[in-house]
Structures are given as C-alpha cells and as structure tokens.
Design a protein around this ligand. Sequence first.
Ligand code: AN0
Ligand code: CP
Length: 318
Amino acid sequence: MNHFFDVDDIGSVELALARARSIKAHPRKGYTEGDRTSIGLLFFNPSLRTRLSSQRAAQNLRMDVVVIDVGSESWKLEFSDGTIMNGASAEHIKEAAGVMGAYFDFLAIRAFASLEDRDLDYAEPVLTAFMKYAGVPIINMESSTGHPLQAFADLITINEFKKTERPKVVLSWAPHPRALPHAVANSFAQWMNRASVDLIITHPEGYELDPKFVGSAQVQTNQSLAFEGADFIYAKNWSSYQDYGQVLYQDSSWMINQEKMELTNQAYFMHCLPVRRNMIVSDQVIDSPNSLVIQQAANRVISMQTVLSMLLEQKSSE
Ligand code: AN0
Ligand code: CP
C-alpha cells in the first residue's frame, strides 16, 4: 500500500478485518514498528473523532504525531497550476506539500468537498496534489468523495455485532438542515460492496449517489420497505449528487424513529457522528441499547491503527 486513499488500497478486506481484530485484542501491546517514525495530521475542516482517534492510533504504535489545522492556522493554499498568485492564496500546494513531506514520514489529510463544482470535487484536487507533491504516503481522513477510515471502522463494528453470516444492511438517507458531502455514504457503500452483507440504499428521489459507489447495492426509494427485516440501519444525510450540493428535501418523515426501527429485525442503529438529534434520529433510537454510535467511534482508533501498521510494514520492507 503506497497511500491509503480508498478501499482499493487495503487489498483484501477480509485480511484487513483479521488484522483489525488482532489489534483490537491488544491495542497497546508494546508495538515497536512506529518507533522513530512521524505523522502529520492536516485538517482543512473541523473534526472531533478523526482528530483524536488518529492521534491515539499513532501513539499506540509509538509514532510521533503532530496536528495542524491547515484551514485556519496556516497560509491559504493555491491548488491550480500556472496561476498568477495575486489573490488570497499566499502559498502553492507544490511547496507546502513538499515542505510537510520533508518533516514527516506520513501525512494524513482531511479536506471536504466544496459542494460547488462536482467535477472539481470528484477529481479530488487536494488529496491528489498531496499524493503528487509530498513524496510520502498520504492517508485519507475524509476527502471530497470518501471517508475510508470511517467505513472501515463501520465494517469492523458490523462484524462484531452481526448475528447472521450475511446481514441485511440498510444505508438510509435522513434529513439535515445543511448541505453535507457524499463522502461517508460513498465509502460506506463502497466498503459494504466488498463485504459479506446485503446492502440496500434508501433515499428520496433526487438523492441518488454516484453509481460508481453504489455498485451492486439495491436502491429503494420507499424507506419503510427498505427497513423490513434489516439487521443494521446506517443513517446519514447527504446533499444531492445530480443537483450538485443542493438540499432538495427536508421532510422529517425520513427521520429514523422507533416506529421505523420496529419494521426491522431488531436492527442496530449506526451513524458516523456528529449527529443532529431529532433531525436524523430520534432520542429514543440513539439512546436505545441497539445504538452502536459509540462503538463505531471507538473503532476509529482500530481502523486507523490497522492502516498505519500496514503502512509501517511497507515502509520497513523498503
Ligand atoms: C461531515 C460529513 O457529512 O461529511 C463529517 C462526517 C464525519 N459532517 C458534517 O459536516 C456534519
Ligand atoms: N466521524 C467522524 O469522522 O467524525 P469527526 O468529523 O468528528 O472527525
């Protein structure tokens, strides 16, 4: 694995899950592979879980870890080539990425979609530029189109709690007042397509995701039908992909409540967090014993530690 950009970089999902299981059994076992290695965590956007769980994972492997909010603490960066830089940007990504690559063995980046220009967002300008100019392995901590560390943690959680070999997993759109990116939903769908689950995606008309991520999932615009017999309900809001970045529908009838959970096979409730209570999900559902939101967040340490251990193994073999 040269970079951890999406699921394709992990190789076998089954092997990655086995590795995650053994790390989870002994997360602070006295690993030494990270000794004298360093990682920079670069945030262009806010974070609670990713920021803390990535530090905990690196610390468990005895790596040196530094965090910077590049979005607010550093110079505004220019990403386009050949521009006359007489505007707001003080520094070009070519120098900034090269410099940060000189300071660290690994860089992890969070850079959300702008939700203004679909072609630009889906070309992944920030992560791609870092991969091109930093000269060190890059880890995706949520880019414009994907959040693979979250999806990996979600898969670890589903594997821990599933009661059947091939559970029915439903990714459900739910209402939110602001326009949110597609990254979490895209990656969740992409990873579930590689896992031993039956995936159903349910959303109102107009919220179809990029078919590249939907893969072989069944798509259902009737939420109640989708919930029937489900083992896991994974809630997430996303803005429109067709009418790019727009909020088309805010109807609270799509909120996940107890009545809907009763259509399921006593399903677990999942969400990546942060979540807006009584918009996305009712208090009753998220406060119930079937809610796995804390376990998912806890597994963010495990997904990051697994990815870092694979990257460290690769580095030591070079
Ligand atoms: C972000 C999103 O939907 O991509 C981050 C989720 C991990 N959520 C919000 O901005 C609320
Ligand atoms: N789930 C997740 O990535 O949370 P943060 O945005 O708080 O990092």
